[in-house]
Design a protein around this ligand. Structure first.
Ligand code: SF4
Length: 458
């Protein structure tokens, strides 16, 4: 057999970057390259970087340094790659640097330094491509870039304005994923609710059927595939109301990840956010009337420049009123090149930390209250793994992987990973649920973490 050149791959950053990594890996496998699990086994290493916050920049630069030290031939792509000089100043020996969403450029750089192999077995590529997630769930990116200009964010500068993928292409990818065993599709983009705006919601085709490039028909069609469909990064625009009946009918999971970031109108204006708090509150109450079992997740930033005690208090009152199920909270940190860096009245670090802690304590109470209501219910869950105590670790429709809580199934050792199961909820804490498949014994409850989670952007 011919020598097969092998690529090492380091993937950092958010689910959108993960999808870019999957595309590059899929293309590499399609062209006959092998994927090496260690640096010494690789002929060349690709590092897909994140450049969203300072900590991510540092992590990316470290990863590039490590790949250079261990292997020596390194191509850099991703958000940090958009700021090529930052990479080249510290690591002048990298072979090439590209920005995010640049599969073709990365492949061209790889071809230049490690020629494409002659492989007679190209058709061995699995139809779903190469996935970095477990076999039973997958991220599906429906658009790239963003038309907003939030002052704390440089993603539009790195990734450009919104570009929606053709609706037929998205659905074909989803079909392949489901055929390959994916049970849950996680729909992502910078601004999922804006899908299709850039192409004026033009009509595309899926299996000969005309379909608008718009989130509502796309979500409805995805709901026909038989997998769970979970929507992330959805802003409370009026047309999002159309999705709620799909959730009430069980065609799309009754779950929305709505990044709100703050509730004080003054701070939202300074952030240049695309939605205001009163509008969001009214909209959320309307959604809950139609679909009471809906789970709402959001993220917030505390300590944004100019945030006063009164602004923060307004945020706490909003959280009390809206009772979100899942909340992530960042302290504000300046991002190189962001417009917010020029704003006056920075908030001292200790005040940011104290506000974050207060917010998470309040949210833990709210979350615990909401999770307690589920005790006694029978829920459908998707099994992700087993732990060393013999429990199955699963997720209900209220739990996105990595960022939300889980359902511990005490007597779930025999439940297969990647399959659905029905369980009865017997306990709850502020983050997780405890369940059993049968029997009535009281479970051993073991709180896992304090309810704080981390997200990357939007
Ligand atoms: S925070 Fe989200 S909506 Fe705002 S500019 Fe960045 S990607 Fe767009």
């Amino acid at each position: 057999m011919n020598y097969q050149p092998r690529i090492g791959f380091v993937s950092l950053g958010c689910p959108k970057a993960l999808v870019d990594s999957e595309r590059i890996l899929t293309q590499l496998r399609a062209e006959g390259y092998g994927i090496a699990p260690t640096y010494p086994e690789a002929d060349l290493v690709v590092v897909n970087t994140c450049g969203f916050i300072d900590a991510a920049v540092a992590e990316s630069l470290d990863a590039i340094g490590e790949a250079l030290a261990e292997n020596g031939k390194v191509i850099v792509t991703g958000c940090l790659g958009a700021k090529g000089s930052v990479v080249r100043d510290l690591h002048p020996s990298v072979l090439a640097v590209t920005g995010p969403h640049a599969c073709e450029e990365v492949m061209a750089a790889i071809h230049a330094h490690l020629p494409r192999p002659h492989d007679p077995f190209l058709d061995l590529l699995p139809p779903q491509g190469v996935k970095l997630t477990p076999r039973h769930y997958a991220y599906l990116k429906i658009a790239e870039g963003c038309n907003h200009r939030c002052t704390f964010c440089i993603i539009p500068r790195l990734r450009g304005d919104l570009v929606s993928r053709p609706v037929g292409e998205v659905l074909r990818e989803a079909e392949n994923l489901v055929r390959a065993g994916v049970r849950e599709l996680l729909i992502v983009s910078q601004d999922t609710s804006a899908y299709g705006v850039d192409v004026r919601y033009r009509t595309g085709f899926w299996n000969g059927r005309p379909l608008k490039t718009h989130l509502t028909p796309l979500a409805a069609a995805l709901g026909e595939l038989g997998a769970w469909v979970r929507l992330h990064y959805v802003y409370p625009y009026p047309h999002v109301d159309e999705l709620i009946p799909l959730m009430a009918e069980g065609r799309v999971l009754p779950y929305l990840d709505v990044p709100l970031q703050h509730a004080s109108p003054r701070i939202l204006k300074a952030m240049k956010r695309p939605a205001n708090a009163d509008g969001a509150l009214a909209r959320i109450w309307g959604w809950r009337k139609i679909c009471p079992e809906m789970t709402l997740r959001s993220t917030f930033i505390v300590g944004f420049p100019g945030e006063t005690d009164a602004d923060f208090q307004q945020l706490l009152e909003f959280l009390e009123a809206v009772e979100l199920d899942r909340v992530g909270c960042f302290t504000y940190s300046p991002v190189d090149g962001a417009a917010a860096n020029a704003l006056p009245d920075p908030v001292p670090e200790e005040v940011k930390q104290e506000r974050q802690a207060r917010l998470m304590v309040l949210q833990a109470e709210i979350s615990a209250r909401r999770l307690r209501r589920k005790v006694g219910q029978v829920l459908k869950v998707l099994v992700d793994a087993h732990d060393e105590e013999g429990r199955a670790i699963a997720r209900s429709n209220a739990d996105a992987p990595e960022i939300d809580g889980v359902v511990f199934i005490e007597d779930g050792a025999a439940l297969p990973v990647g399959e659905f199961a029905e369980v009865r909820i017997v306990g709850a804490d502020e983050h997780d649920l405890y369940a059993e498949v049968g029997g009535t014994q009281t479970p051993k409850r073991k709180p896992r973490r304090n309810g704080e989670v981390r997200v990357k952007d939007t």
